[in-house]
Design a protein around this ligand. Sequence first.
Ligand code: C5P
Length: 235
Amino acid sequence: MTKAQAPFDPRLYVALDLPSIADAKAMVERLGDSVVSYKIGLQLLPIGGVEFGKGLIAQGKNVFFDFKLHDIGATVEKATRSIAPLGASLLTVHGTPDVMAAAVKGRGKSKLKIMAVTVLTSLDDAALVEMGYFTNAKELVIHRVRQAVKAGVDGVISSPLEAAEIRALVPKDFLIVTPGVRMPGGDAGDQKRIATPALALSSGASHIVVGRPITQSNDPRRAVADILKNIRTNS
Ligand code: C5P
């Protein structure tokens, strides 16, 4: 079977932003073999998200722990050291130099890839000024991408609309993971800077994250099939 005919695409991470582990398990079951990559974030973390993630890994799924670590370097290093043996593929940390370097140290020789959040997509220029940053979001993203490469992390999280610019600045195998992905005409929800799955990938994203368009759909499996079709017919 060629890659184009595979019933799934490992580049698609489905965000399991759901209120309980039971809901998350039911969603994974409904999606069946159409999805092999899942993102577990802060909503599930305090209610058994790590154990649940380990279960998915044991089933052969790729797991992205979106925990956005941000603390003093020593603590980030130790937290990453605890997470590394769990078998997840990706872990997010905030993109400040000390935090990124500590996470790289903590993951050691494990296969865990460290992903830096450059600037949260919920922050605009005015919010950054309010926080005391005297730069704009775009410049800060570029600055932090350069620091991420220097720190030795494996990739960054970015808006799909920043992916092309970032791709030009980073090594070839650097990962760029983009949330903010919507189908043409789809409901944007609270996402402001969006692109279609195919556009995100052709702009340089290595992986895309899609949550509500799948998990809130009446037919999640159909929503995944539509996304896979969008990727195939436009690439
Ligand atoms: O439901 P939706 O497709 O908007 O979900 C996107 C996922 O990506 C959510 O889990 C959200 O927390 C996450 N995310 C994001 N923007 C970032 C980083 C993570 O939307 N900058």
